[in-house]
Design a protein around this ligand. Structure first.
Ligand code: FE
Length: 426
């Protein structure tokens, strides 16, 4: 069984990554950052977690306002370092534990948290700033991560109470994962700061100290504080501290505080915190975890046996992402023109493998579905090459168009091509 060995909390200001990259370890203005991080670094080195469940917010780098979600869980197997304006930091990409992500995602959904899921997105300083001060990374990171992006920049954002409840569901999710894994939950963000407007530069070290006390001893009290009150007490951008409640919700009530530090060098109160999980197993623990797994399976149990049916789940989505990405780009007129004129060049450019190339080149509709293409991208391909939806349906069934049409009440042809004439219509 997976178990949560502890919870860590840490600020994610870019200052930290800057101090690491410019080796400010012995500079008196920066040294306290490293001192505060040292016990966390040592704890991670000693405990050797297999996975970090990493709670952060993106800073309008990979998550923009064209589609902004409250809780976005990473389901990828690898996360690159984002470019935030001056080129990405010189850090290696970090591996994701995709199987654990899938389990956690399914469990949170079963517990009625309507999650968003992401892949193919580089992660910004919300992840890599503290991480680079906590773990050795030359030659590769020693852990895998499951990242959770919390949308705290565009209001309305999740309340402290909602975050705490998500944390409680996260505990059920992680503890019911059948494989033996040591998981540490790390929350980032805060403490007091405001970085916009005339109130920019606001700090409140007294509130920061109280907040850390409460998160250790009485997190329930923190769930009663409204977002406007968090903003008044710590600065608007510091309302991101609600992310710490996700971590705290995932731990037992009886945590043990092993370390705490605070340093306010410039704009943001930089805090670190280590909480050891005091989880108690009971004779019914196994049942609790098995019950959660049953709950996860409940909605989709039996779907596997449905013949000729291929549910588009996270495993399928991850496996066939490159192919689906390729097909999705057909909504761009320039891309589809290039596809019509010289598909091989695009196959090379997008590094499609030989199986993917031949599936596309042969218009192997059934093979494409088996491989993991989603139908709604196949109908786009159909629109581009002048093939109707009905042709695709017939091909997937292994029938001629004529035979398939006999099974329909009306023999009509259509596609999603908006303006381009369907060549099969005439
Ligand atoms: Fe932030």
């Amino acid at each position: 069984m997976a178990n949560i060995i502890g919870g860590l909390a840490v600020s994610h200001t870019p200052t930290i990554g800057f101090a690491v990259d410019h080796d400010k370890r012995n500079d008196p203005a920066w040294a306290p950052i490293f001192e505060g991080f040292e016990p966390m670094r040592v704890w991670l080195e000693e405990k050797k977690p297999d996975v970090l469940f990493y709670i952060f917010n993106d800073h309008v780098t990979s998550f923009f306002f064209d589609h902004y979600a409250a809780f976005s869980l990473g389901i990828d197997q690898r996360y690159e370092v984002a470019d935030e304006g001056g080129g990405p930091r010189d850090l290696p990409a970090i591996e994701g534990h995709a199987a654990l992500s899938r389990h956690i995602g399914a469990s949170l959904m079963a517990d009625e948290f309507d999650m968003a899921f992401f892949q193919d997105k580089p992660l910004d300083h919300g992840v890599f700033s503290p991480l680079s001060a906590l773990l050795p990374y030359r030659g590769g990171w020693p852990v895998q991560i499951v990242p959770l992006q919390v949308g705290v920049l565009q209001f309305p954002i999740p309340s402290a109470r909602r975050c705490f409840k998500l944390g409680q569901a996260l505990r059920r999710a992680i503890e019911s994962y059948p494989e033996d894994l040591k998981v540490a939950v790390i929350a980032t963000g805060g403490l007091s700061h405001q970085v916009h407007g005339e109130r920019c530069g606001f700090n409140n070290p007294e509130w920061d100290a109280e907040f850390v006390d409460l998160i250790v001893d009485d997190p329930q009290r923190l769930t009663e504080i409204r977002l406007a009150e968090y903003a008044a007490l710590g600065g608007l951008e510091a309302a991101e501290v609600v992310m710490w409640l996700i971590m705290r919700g995932a731990l037992s009530a009886n945590v043990k505080k092993l370390h705490q530090s605070y340093y306010l060098p410039s704009m943001t109160g930089i805090a670190t915190l280590i909480l050891e999980n005091g989880v108690r197993e009971t004779r019914s623990s196994t049942d609790i975890h098995a019950r959660q797994r049953d709950k996860i399976d409940e909605q989709l149990a039996g779907l596997d046996g449905l013949e000729g049916t291929y549910p588009f789940d996270h495993a399928r989505s991850l496996k066939s992402y490159r192919l689906n990405r390729f097909l999705h780009r057909l909504i761009d007129p320039a891309w589809r023109q290039r596809f019509i004129e010289a598909p091989e060049a695009l196959f090379d450019e997008t590094k499609l493998n030989s199986e993917e190339r031949s599936l596309l080149a042969n218009r192997d509709w059934r093979g494409l579905i088996h491989y993991g293409a989603i139908f709604f991208l196949l109908e786009k391909l159909g629109a581009v090459i002048g093939v109707s939806n009905l042709h695709i349906y017939a091909a997937m069934r292994g029938q001629s168009l004529e035979d398939f049409q006999k099974t329909r009440r009306q023999q009509v042809l259509y596609s999603v091509a908006g303006k381009v004439q369907d060549r099969n219509r005439s």
